[in-house]
Design a protein around this ligand. Sequence first.
Ligand code: GAR
Length: 224
Amino acid sequence: MSTLLPISVLVSGSGTNLQAILDAARVGSLPVRVVSVISDQPDAYGLTRAAKAGVPGLVLEATGGMHRQEYDQALGALLGESDPGLVVLAGFMRILGAGLVRDWEGRMLNVHPSLLPAYRGLHTHRRVLEAGESHHGTSVHFVTEELDGGPLIAQAKLDIGPEDTEQTLNARVQALEHRMYPAVIRWFAQDRLRMTDGRVELDGVRLEEPVTRGEEAWLRSSAE
Ligand code: GAR
């Protein structure tokens, strides 16, 4: 039997990406074991998803007056107790400080709903529509000290149609994330993906640009 990589997933909200990871792990297409789900929001639905899957859910709220450094220390301690081989940010909406990020460098991934480096930050779907863009998408990257700026691993790209709204873009982007994020985590769990000297290597080859696929290709893709 192959070994399962222990991972911790950090969420702030609905947790549909967490669900995609839990589902892929359950059916055996993703060789990971989710050892903890940590949320900064006590009412995040992601915690309910964790409970339903029998995964420990932990809440670490930022109480009034708590400085980022204190929060990060507490989060670092929680992560230390879970002792994952990979930390997966899945809609975790707090900015993490440099110290914590450095501790987990090369072992922390994030998914961001834009074709990075374009549209870092919040409200990406709205901003993309307002700018009249013809394309949009989502990115998975290693987390570094630069917000939404770490080395890119994979992107899913879609064409924006005249009928698209913030809501339809959100749904289309998330459907792609639910394929792409488990695929990238699988590469890491299979020891095919690593970050060396701030650069991404996949199957021993340094990536000059992220693995980029269109909507159809990601939706068609199964376990690789
Ligand atoms: C995802 O679409 C993810 O790209 C985005 O939050 C959503 C979480 O959805 N992340 C960010 O905006 C991070 N900057 P989920 O809770 O249903 O997985």
